[in-house]
Design a protein around this ligand. Structure first.
Ligand SMILES: Nc1ncnc2c1ncn2[C@@H]1O[C@H](COP(=O)(O)OP(=O)(O)OP(=O)(O)O)[C@@H](O)[C@H]1O
Ligand SMILES: [Mg+2]
Length: 229
């Protein structure tokens, strides 16, 4: 199977990744709260749709889609326009029970992936699933999602959350299964905190191992210079 590196078009990120993200491939985008996980994956889906006409599927489990869409618009990520042009679908699946996740959220996602109309999909986030269903079941769900994403030659982005209290619920396989890992962190300084990014793995590209400072403004997320402690 031929794997292509596709550009994210996030300023500064493709160079750090060693060219882009592998497709077919699955990215594990993990980080603390408020560090830009949602912005990063929404911006990738937006740029790929706008520049290449690729249809994206964005599944949010923790944020109401109308709030998400208006918030993204303040950063120039216009999902409304993409929806009008049939270039994005935003699916909202709040995990409220095990039955709801398995029968509605996951089955719908797999059915959508099966249609072959999507090129890029994001699941924001997988962490919330762990709170509702046994970890072994989440593992098999992610395994099945991974297989579907690769078989259909998509780029998949799975978002994971790191808790500020230290202990984060994990599935235990996501970091080994995924082809790329991007980690976003809050870094505390005396005067406050800065945001930084590191690529921990990118299976088919020679990526940088350095930390980079990032900024989030009304123009979206940007990767800046190497991070200085
Ligand atoms: N229009 C904007 N201009 C500047 N910064 C913004 C703007 N909108 C959001 N931000 C910044 O982006 C941060 C949130 O980014 P985002 O929601 O992508 O993070 P996240 O990691 O997904 O957070 P969560 O843990 O809540 O899911 C905010 O804390 C804020 O600092
Ligand atoms: Mg988020």
């Amino acid at each position: 199977m031929r794997v292509k590196l596709v550009k994210t078009y996030i300023p500064g990120l493709d160079e750090v990744l060693g060219g882009g993200l592998p497709r077919p491939g699955v990215v594990y985008l993990v980080g603390h709260t408020g560090t830009g996980k949602t912005t990063l994956c929404a911006q990738i889906l937006y740029e790929r749709a706008k520049r290449h006409g690729e249809k994206g599927l964005y599944i949010c489990t923790s944020e109401h889609p109308s709030l998400l869409i208006s918030r993204l618009k303040s950063m120039n990520i216009d999902f409304e326009k993409l929806v009008e042009n049939n270039l994005i679908e935003v699916a909202y699946g709040t995990p409220i029970s095990e039955k709801n996740i398995v029968t509605t959220l996951l089955e719908e996602v797999l059915a959508k992936v099966e249609t072959g109309e999507f090129s890029n999909i994001a699941l924001d986030s997988i962490t919330s699933l762990v709170n509702f269903i046994p970890v072994v079941k989440v593992r098999s769900i992610l395994g099945s999602l991974y297989k579907h994403i690769i078989d259909k030659r998509l780029l998949g982005i799975l978002v994971g959350e790191i808790s500020l209290t230290g202990k984060s619920p994990t599935v235990g396989v996501e970091e080994f299964m995924c082809d790329t890992i991007i980690k976003l962190e809050q870094y505390e300084r005396a005067e406050g905190y800065t945001l930084r990014l590191v690529v921990l793995k990118n299976r088919v590209a020679g990526h940088s191992r350095a930390y980079y400072e990032i900024s989030i403004t009304d123009k979206g997320l940007e990767v800046l210079a190497p991070f200085k402690p």
